[in-house]
Write a protein that binds this ligand. Sequence first.
Ligand code: MV4
Length: 459
Amino acid sequence: MMRKVLIANRGEIALRVICACKEMGLRTVAVYSEADQHSLHARFADEAICIGPPRSAESYLNVPAVISAAEIADVDAIHPGYGLLSENANFAEVCRASNIKFIGPPPEVTRLMGEKEKARQAMKRAKVPILPGSEGVLQNEGEGLEWAQTVGYPVILKASAGGGGRGMRVVRSAEELPGLFQAAQTEAANAFGNGDLYMEKFIERPRHIEFQVLADEHGTAMSLGERECSIQRRHQKLIEEAPSLQVTPKMREEIAKTLKRCMEGVGYQNAGTIEFLMDEDGKLYFIEMNTRIQVEHPVTEMITGIDLVKAQLQIAMGEKLSSIVREPVPMRGHAIECRVNAEHPEKFTPSAGKITAFNVPGFNGIRVDTAQYSEGVVPPYYDSLIAKVIAHGADREEAMARMRRALEMFIVEGIYTTIPLHQRIFRDEEFQRGEFDTKYMERFFEREKQRKAVEVVGI
Ligand code: MV4
């Protein structure tokens, strides 16, 4: 029986989970740090428990504090949201030992996917296409040189315990390999306590495309289509959309079949995301898996009509996928999400402070996921995401038009945000044509610099 859920997170995702629980008649327990005393997630939950000082390490990441709150409130389950404890297999194990349902996959699967090279080999066995590269971790730089010979330069060295772009090195020739191998190994050992490296063929201008999956606890999995996430800066996504203009119905169907078999094979449960790179020829290759609900899940919700967080809860309650999702899953129209971050427009540094005015856009086809409000405070301790604006339209043109007017009507005063940056991107022709890859933002800023230089000279 599941009647009460603790949300081990903060900000918009904590509120998002609270919304799903309320709709399902589940009682909610928020945990909050001393910096989040006046936050909406604490306010709208049925109960709220302070778990420690502002710094995440002492509150939201403090496993004994979170578990104590869960035991005091006598909850049946914990939803971890994204980030924080969401992909921590040890935390899921502590939940299991405490007889609390962790809303996510079993710790064994989280652990497998957290070891990127093991995940890669598991995908390969399940016939999911992977990039040419090493088989298993590289024992030494000599083995690295051998694999690079086989694969052909350029190659990329990645930390097996890394992910999300941390601890990677692009290697363009045999001469540079030993130095970069040492550097990557040392960096990985220091950052993750594990220096294991693996190698892949390097794709110069990839697109980042990911597939949403759901799997129940009875051995059934399914894919809910893809999201295009190439527009990012310093490995932080800025804009995501669904569907991808580059993925044909035939590709989508084929990947769905493969992922279903693969997820059922590894015993996956709950929501997950499979990340792919698309090369210049439009071919997709698995790179890593995220075993959590993602920031950008709303774009999939908008086009499929499926409430993914509600699905997570239903799966955790033991419901079958066939009773949660009606097939065939529709792919209706186009959805785009802008991540609104509180940050300085030039320095890109977090912009904390009090919000003095806040007008949230709405009307046709606009959804805004936020836990902010006028007179609310953005603390300096956490990630800078303060809102997600999601536009849905019959096609990409309509979604873009709706996003433009929503960004214009989104008023945030008192702190800096990325809203002006998003407005400039939506005026950019390359973006409008949908012709981008993971290097898009570099080109975008370069174009802006050129334009400014021309203005100064007075041409
Ligand atoms: C790559 C790559 C090119 N070739 N792997 C960065 C994040 C991590 N999840 C994987 N990443 C990359 N892996 C090969 N074989 C380029 C990147 C990459 C990237 C990927 C997705 C989104 C943005 C990116 C920005 C820079 C590099």
